[in-house]
Every structure is written in structure tokens, then in C-alpha cells.
Design a protein around this ligand. Sequence first.
Ligand code: NAP
Ligand code: ZN
Length: 350
Amino acid sequence: MKTVGYAAQSHKTPLAPHAFERRGLHPNDVAIEILYCGVCHSDLHMARNDWGNSKYPLVPGHEIVGRVIETGADVERFSSGDHVAVGCMVDSCQSCDQCHAGEEQYCREGMVMTYGSPDPEMGGVTQGGYSRHVVVREEFVLSMPEGLDLARAAPLLCAGITTYSPMREWNVGPGSRVGVVGMGGLGHMAIKIAAGLGAHVTVISRSAGKEADARELGADAFLISADEAAMKSAAASMDVIIDTVPVKHDVTPYLPLLDIDGTVVIVGQVGPLGEVSGGGLITGRRSVAGSLIGGIAQTQEMLDFCARMNILPECEMIAMDEINAAFDRMERADVRYRFVIDMSTLKDAA
Ligand code: NAP
Ligand code: ZN
């Protein structure tokens, strides 16, 4: 299937129109016309080769909401016209213990990411959602719950599940005390989801500029990370901290915020962190953990939860040709709080 999108041709070039082919439908494939795609900080990391493994051309985008336009002969759960969603992965082995457990993101063979994974059928790498169409096997297509605003829902597919999953893993619920470090795309969803689960939520940000918004979104408390006195007075006041900071940073200052047995879950920085103080861990039996997106069944659970609780990302809608300016603003943490591309603005001619 011929399609069009916006691709980086190298780590130095801005995204630009790019014509390419999607695979023809396998019997269990769903072809989707993309309506909206969220802009994740991972898209920027990958376009700029921050993790050293990017292959070009690269069409980013893994917060996809669209409409089914065609289904393979064996597809049972979807038909043309259905509103559906696709997140960060599009395939996995489906036979290992992790896939059987619904944790396809930890597939022993390695999940196939929505963009940037080797694509043996089409050559090069898989291509993401900054495009007109995508073809995805049925098992990796999510149903959009009735009533969820299609445009605003897109960021749930990565920012939503990446923060929902560790909260479920660490049993966040009424009475839990959750900290959120970094109030961007992931961080603002962490606030809403933690509040929706009934937790007491503290945001830890670099400046006071986001405090009013944080409280509006459901935070109960707000800490400025550089304010040593405030950080000290918040000692032992949290059970779980979701750390969304997208660059190398020191986790040690957050450890005393945790109560005994508390955990800092790193979901942001994929590369090196600053040295972690053993003392900060030992003195409270504390842990530093990590978490990668979430499985398909849990992603559907999260979408249904957000629909039920009326939890939606705060979005700035942009046109496709505004993506490079949006990347620059995201890099400066100047987005409230997720850009979403209206894919109807993507022109056909590449
Ligand atoms: P984002 O929208 O840019 O938000 C990141 C936030 O971190 C900023 O708003 C800012 O909050 C804070 N921040 C930014 N630069 C910082 C710095 N130099 N030092 C300290 N704090 C800083 O990014 P995002 O889309 O939420 O993504 C965050 C990270 O998660 C990215 O690295 C992305 O690749 C990663 N990610 C991981 C997964 C996973 O599965 N684990 C999934 C998706 C994304 P304040 O202004 O409040 O300080
Ligand atoms: Zn993402």
C-alpha cells in the first residue's frame, strides 16, 4: 500500500515529507487510516539518534489513533470503520512466557517496535504513526472505548500506559503516596492516573511554573527539586516515585523522599544515570527500578479505565508541518503537555 508520512533522513535533518510503502495485508492484519498521532519525547530521541541505534529513513510516532479501512481474511475483532489505536509495539513472538503473560514488551525474542525495528518484509526499519496509514497485526490493535475523545486520547497509547503500568505493578490505589518527577507528557499523565487510582500525588519539578497546572490536574502537593528545605521536609512521604526525566540525572536526591520499602521507577532516561548512593537505598530498604510501556491487555485496561474515569491528556494540536518546531519546544519542556498531530493536515504529495 502506498502511503506518505514525515521522516528523518538522518540524525541531523529535520523531519520532511516522505513517500513509502506499507506491506500488503496478511490474513491477520488490520489496515488503519491514522487520524491523530501524539508526539513523544522518544520520537525526538530516535529522530536525533540519541540512543545510537536509529536507522533512516525513520518515520516516528507511536501514539496512534485511527479508523480501520481494511481487514485481512482472518481478522475477527475489527471491521472497517472501527475506531482503533496502536501504541509502541506492533509484533512479538507470541509464544514465549512473557508474551503468554501479556507482557509482550518483554518478549524474549524482542518486541517489534512501531517504528525503528528491523522490518524483514519491507526492508529497513518499521515506520511509525507520523503517516497516513499503518498496517498492524490484529493482536496489537487496541479498541477505542466509546466516548473517549479521539484526538485527545492519542497520548494514552504511550504516555498513558508507561505511567499506568508501573502504578499497577506497585499496587497504587487509595492511600498510596505517589511522586512524579518531571511534568511533561508522561509526567502529567502520571498525575492524572495516580489521582484517578485514588493516590495522594506530589509533583517534583524544576521550577514553580507548572504548580498551578499540576494542582489543576489532580496533584495534592508540589516540590521544586532545587528547594533543599522543601525536599527535606517531604522526607519519607512517598511510596512510589515515577521518574520521567528524559536525560542523564542524579536519582539520589529523590531517595530520601521515599518511605521504607519505597521505589523510584525510572521510566524516562534510557541511557546512563548519575551514581546512586548506596546509603539512600540501604537506610530505607529502598529500590530503584525501571519499567517499559505495558502489555497489550494492560493497555486496553488503561484505555477503558481512562474512558470510565474521563481521564484525558492535555493536548496542543498541531499540523504535520509544525512537527520540527514542536520538537524544539518539547526539548525545552515548553509543551502543555503533549503535542498531537492532526493527520488530516498531512498533504498527499510527497
Ligand atoms: P517530555 O514531555 O519532554 O517531559 C519530560 C519532563 O522532564 C519535562 O517536562 C521536564 O519537567 C523534565 N525535564 C526535561 N529536561 C530535564 C532536565 N534536563 N533535567 C531534569 N528534568 C528535565 O518527555 P516525555 O514524552 O514525557 O518522555 C520522557 C522520557 O520518557 C523520554 O526520555 C522518553 O524517551 C521516555 N519514555 C520512556 C518510555 C518507557 O517505556 N519507559 C515510554 C515513553 C517515553 P519539569 O519542567 O517539570 O521539570
Ligand atoms: Zn513514547
